[in-house]
Design a protein around this ligand. Structure first.
Ligand code: SAH
Length: 245
């Protein structure tokens, strides 16, 4: 087999939200390089593979991106079938495109497999439609955490009329609140904060823009969580089926 790396999205947590393509790639894998936010339950699809944790959280904080790049390259050049498994979708705040660029520059073929991103799953699992006719004409995914601290155009976001889905926002609630208020968003704009989306221990906290920091504190909101900010965050439609019987 020619040298190839699969960059695969593992989805938000519920193993049933894996795509068939992801399962197929896992089935063929010799090596699976896995991030922290991936539910280890998905590894049932690659019982024979060697699993290499390269997450940046607990224990492995120091796994630098350059090390991950070199490791993927080494395994691929050994002719191994490498799956780089990432939480959610590889290209939504997942550095998937950086890894793909680096590999192709080094002559390695890359195949990308979408995953369901946490923002979509979180909203669906608490009955929030991210777009809604007459209410939300779009959706904007943003991260509250930037490496170079470059700031987002908050006034434009506040006035966009789209639903905002904020990733990596738990530690930045005061900044997000203040920036959106300063940008002209209503203080009583509905907010939903969704922790561990799609997992059995998912929790959701409904609030408003002005109250979200205090409410998150009282709720003891923890990462990983997404924030849904916009009129639709007051909705509670039919829940997604947790499991297909
Ligand atoms: N590529 C991922 C996002 C990685 S960034 C995706 O597409 O989902 C990490 C951030 O994603 C976390 O800080 C959190 O905001 C969000 N996240 C990931 N998994 C989550 C989950 N199960 N529930 C809620 N938020 C999650």
């Amino acid at each position: 087999m020619s040298a190839k790396v699969w960059l695969v999205g593992a989805g938000p947590g519920d193993p049933e939200l894996l795509t068939l393509k992801a399962v197929k790639a896992l089935n063929q894998a010799d090596i699976v390089m896995i991030d922290d936010l991936v539910n280890p339950a998905v590894l049932e699809h690659c019982p024979a593979a060697r699993v290499v944790p390269v997450g940046k959280r607990g224990g492995c904080r120091s796994t630098p991106q350059a090390f991950i790049h070199r490791l993927m390259l080494r395994y691929a050049r050994q002719g191994k079938c490498v799956v780089r498994l990432k939480g959610g979708d590889p290209c939504i705040f997942g550095r998937g495109s950086e890894e793909a660029d680096w590999l192709t520059t080094h002559g390695i073929e890359v195949e990308m497999v979408n995953g369901i991103t946490a923002g979509l799953a979180g909203a669906t699992h608490c009955g929030i439609p991210l777009t809604l006719r007459g209410i939300a004409r779009g959706v904007t995914l943003v991260t509250a955490h930037t490496q170079d601290d470059s700031s987002l155009n908050w006034p434009a976001l506040a006035q966009s009329g789209t639903t905002l889905v904020v990733y990596m926002g738990v530690a930045k609630l005061p900044e997000v609140r203040d920036s959106l208020l300063a940008g002209g968003m209503r203080a009583d704009m509905p907010v939903a904060m969704i922790e561990n989306a799609s997992l059995p221990h998912q929790r959701e906290c409904r609030s408003t823009l002005a109250a979200m920091q205090q409410d998150a504190h009282d709720f003891q909101l923890k990462s990983p969580a997404i924030l849904v900010i916009g009129e639709v965050a007051a909705q509670q439609q039919i829940h997604a089926l947790a499991e297909i019987a």
